[in-house]
Design a protein around this ligand. Structure first.
Ligand SMILES: [Zn+2]
Length: 88
C-alpha cells in the first residue's frame, strides 16, 4: 500500500517545513529587534529634527542610512547590505 512510506515522507516534509519556518521566524525576529534598536538610537540622538545620517547596522556592522522628519519625528532607513529597512 505504501502508506508507511508516505507517512515517513510526510514526516520528513513536515520536519523540513518546520525547520524552514523556524529559521524564517528567527531571521524575522533578528531583523525586527535590530530595526527597533536602530530606531530607538536615532530617536534618542535626534528627537524631532529634520536630519539624515548613518549609524551602525546591528546585524552586519555596516552603515544604516536614515532620515528623520521634523514634522512628526518619523524615521526611515535602510542598511547598505539590506539586512534591515523600514519606513514609519
Ligand atoms: Zn546590515
Amino acid at each position: 500500500m505504501g502508506s508507511e512510506y508516505d507517512a515517513d515522507l510526510q514526516y520528513l516534509l513536515d520536519k523540513e517545513y518546520r525547520e524552514k519556518a523556524r529559521k524564517q521566524f528567527d531571521k524575522d525576529m533578528r531583523q525586527a529587534e535590530a530595526t527597533a534598536k536602530v530606531i530607538c538610537r536615532i530617536k534618542a540622538k535626534h528627537g524631532m529634527t529634520n536630519v539624515s545620517g548613518k549609524t551602525e547596522c546591528p546585524l552586519c556592522g555596516d552603515d544604516v542610512l536614515y532620515s528623520v522628519s521634523a514634522i512628526n519625528g518619523h524615521t526611515m532607513g535602510k542598511c547598505v547590505n539590506e539586512c534591515i529597512g523600514w519606513m514609519e
